[in-house]
Design a protein around this ligand. Sequence first.
Ligand SMILES: [Zn+2]
Length: 307
Amino acid sequence: MPELPEVENLRIGLEREIKGQKILSAEVRLPKLVSGTGNKRKASGAKAAEFIKGVVGKKIIEIDRRAKNLIFKLSDGSAILVHLKMSGQFVYKSSKRGATVEGGHFPNHAKGGQIEISRSTLPNKHSHIIFKLSNGTLFYNDTRTFGYLIYYKNLSTLYASETLKNLGPEPLGKEFTLEHFESALKSKKKNLKSALLGQEIVVGLGNIYVDEVCFISGVNPSRITNTLKAYEIKRIHDAIKKILPHAIKLGGSSVATYMLLDESRGNFAREHKVYGKAGNPCVNCQRPLLKKTLAGRSTVYCKNCQK
Ligand SMILES: [Zn+2]
């Protein structure tokens, strides 16, 4: 599932490519992925019709992100909330034939190089929603179809929605202070892994970045949060603040189906120290990394370096 660095990279790409464009049409090939009522999605042609009616003719004025959600703000104050879940993707194809964009904005491309906007033939069988925009086409592809797009008539209902209302602070925002983090962790009695995955104490971290953060901070992900020492909490807080901007800069972690808007892949996966590396030697102590299930998720850690 795309986590904060991956969603943020998509947001940056979307801002650059589609901001200011008008939605000329929206084709919904899989109605269960959309809702036009601001409520939870439901498989229904009527909701798809409402969604289409809501978005068509509007200009996209901003693309925002909250936790792992994207928010397309539209010209009349309405908005589309997007959650990519396991395998949602956006790919943008400019209508200018052979059009290229400056590659320097995406850090994983050579600076100043030229990249093609789209490399594959679209739509394909996983292109479930297709937006025709003033200057190109935006495809929403989703192989496992757990993602969703919901139309909200105004932003206040969107921010008060079930998806957003209980979210904790953004890890790169001012609200995510060490004091907040410490008191939130101390007030819980769960293992560190599930506390960090939970999206209440801090948002945006999923399985990849939680394992990486725990490793970098030298704390075992099984630790119960109210037993963590102040210096350990500070190390975890520092690791979150350090790893996320670095991963964003490298285009995120391309594992499974995640890719950037131009179908290129993020480069942070090559810097993973533990995620997906069970059995490999630890980069610090060379002992084999262990794997276990925590919070229902596969977790990789070094028993020697993480206490
Ligand atoms: Zn180690």
